[in-house]
Each structure stands twice: as C-alpha cells, then as structure tokens.
Design a protein around this ligand. Structure first.
Ligand code: SF4
Ligand code: SF4
Length: 90
C-alpha cells in the first residue's frame, strides 16, 4: 500500500500534519496551480497502513484519513516487484 494525497481534493488545511503519530505529513511549501500548499509526505512507507494493512486486512491507524475534511487521503496498491533478466549484447 502506498499513501497518496489527492491534490485535486486537498485544500491545504494541514489538519493531517497535526495528527500523524509519525509526522509523515509536512506542510507544503510550493503552491499548486490553484494556489494551494498541498502537504508533502516524509517517508510515507513508515505509515502503519502502508506496511501492515495488507497483512492484517484492515485499517490500523487511519487518523489522517478520518480527519481530512475533503477525503483527499488514500492508500493505493503497489505493483509487486517482478525481477526480470536483462540481456547484455556483446
Ligand atoms: S494512517 Fe496514521 S500513521 Fe499512517 S499516515 Fe495516517 S496518521 Fe500517519
Ligand atoms: S487534511 Fe486533507 S485537505 Fe487538509 S491538508 Fe491534509 S490532505 Fe489536504
């Protein structure tokens, strides 16, 4: 699972930056096209939901998602890494 902020929905209220126990959300510094400072994530793989939700099959923390007034926080499935052979021609 990977944590994503939907930039279209986010209004930059920064509530998510206040509740995360791991301080994964940081206030944004660069305004997007709508002039909104969307928070940035700092090592989002530390989120319990990212690491453990798939194992336990349920939401473990979810504070940021609960407090976000615009439903802008979600987790998306990540592709499983598939190693592949690279042929080197000589
Ligand atoms: S689910 Fe919890 S740990 Fe994960 S980013 Fe949100 S507040 Fe932080
Ligand atoms: S709580 Fe939601 S709307 Fe507010 S800054 Fe965070 S992601 Fe954006």
């Amino acid at each position: 699972m990977r944590l994503v902020i939907d930039e279209v929905r986010c209004k930059g209220c920064n509530l998510c930056t206040l509740v995360c126990p791991y301080r994964i959300f940081k206030p944004g510094t660069i305004a997007n096209r709508k002039g909104i400072l969307v928070p940035v994530t700092d090592r989002p793989e530390r989120c319990t939901n990212c690491r453990l939700q798939k194992i336990y099959g349920r939401t473990l923390c979810g504070m940021c998602q609960m407090i976000c007034p615009d439903q802008a926080i979600n987790w998306v499935n990540e592709e499983v890494y598939e190693p592949h052979r690279v042929v080197v021609e000589d």
